[in-house]
Design a protein around this ligand. Structure first.
Ligand SMILES: Nc1nc2c([nH]c(=O)n2[C@H]2C[C@H](O)[C@@H](COP(=O)(O)OP(=O)(O)OP(=O)(O)O)O2)c(=O)[nH]1
Length: 136
C-alpha cells in the first residue's frame, strides 16, 4: 500500500484563545468548524505546507511548532495531524472559509466540529490551559 498523504492542521493560539475556521465544502462538511490547514503537497514538509495554507486561507504569516495530539486516519489515502502554531504577522481573515472565530477554553465542547477534530479536544483544552497559565 502507498503511504498516506498528510493533511496538516493548525492549533493557532493567541491570548488564551484558539482560531477555528468554518468549512464551505464538501457539502457534508460545509458549516462545520475545523483547524485551518490542508494537504501537504509533494516535496513539501508539513511545516512548509501549513505555513503556505495559512497564508493562502487566512493571509497570515506563522511559525509552525511541535505536533499536538494523536494522528487521525481519515481514510485509506489521508492522515490528519495537528501542529502548534504561533502567529508572526497579519490579522487572520476568512479567504477560503465562510467564517473564522477565536474561541476560549469553555467554548471548545459546544463547537460544531468536523467529526475527526473531536479527537483533539482534550489536547486543545490542555493547550489553552497552558496558554492561560503563561499569560497570568
Ligand atoms: N484542513 C483541515 N482538514 C480537515 C480537518 N479535519 C478533517 O477531517 N479534515 C479533512 C477535510 C478534508 O477532507 C481534508 C483536508 O482537505 P482541505 O480541503 O483542507 O485540503 P486543501 O486545502 O489542500 O484542499 P484541496 O485544494 O485539496 O481541496 O481533511 C481539519 O481540522 N483541518
Amino acid at each position: 500500500m502507498t503511504e498516506r498523504r498528510e493533511v496538516a492542521a493548525a492549533a493557532l493560539t493567541q491570548n488564551g484563545r484558539l482560531l477555528i475556521a468554518q468549512r464551505t465544502y464538501p457539502p457534508e462538511l460545509a458549516g462545520l468548524w475545523e483547524l485551518p490547514g490542508g494537504k501537504v503537497d509533494e516535496g513539501e514538509t508539513p511545516e512548509t505546507a501549513l505555513s503556505r495554507e495559512l497564508e493562502e486561507e487566512l493571509g497570515i504569516l506563522c511559525s509552525v511548532g511541535s505536533r499536538l495530539g494523536s494522528e487521525v486516519l481519515l481514510d485509506h489515502r489521508y492522515v490528519l495531524r495537528a501542529y502548534r502554531v504561533v502567529l508572526l504577522d497579519g490579522c487572520p481573515a476568512a479567504h477560503e472559509h465562510s467564517a473564522i472565530r477565536w474561541i476560549e477554553l469553555d467554548e471548545l465542547d459546544a463547537i460544531d466540529w468536523v467529526a475527526h477534530d473531536r479527537e483533539w479536544l482534550p489536547d486543545l483544552a490542555e493547550l489553552l490551559r497552558e496558554e492561560l497559565t503563561r499569560s497570568e
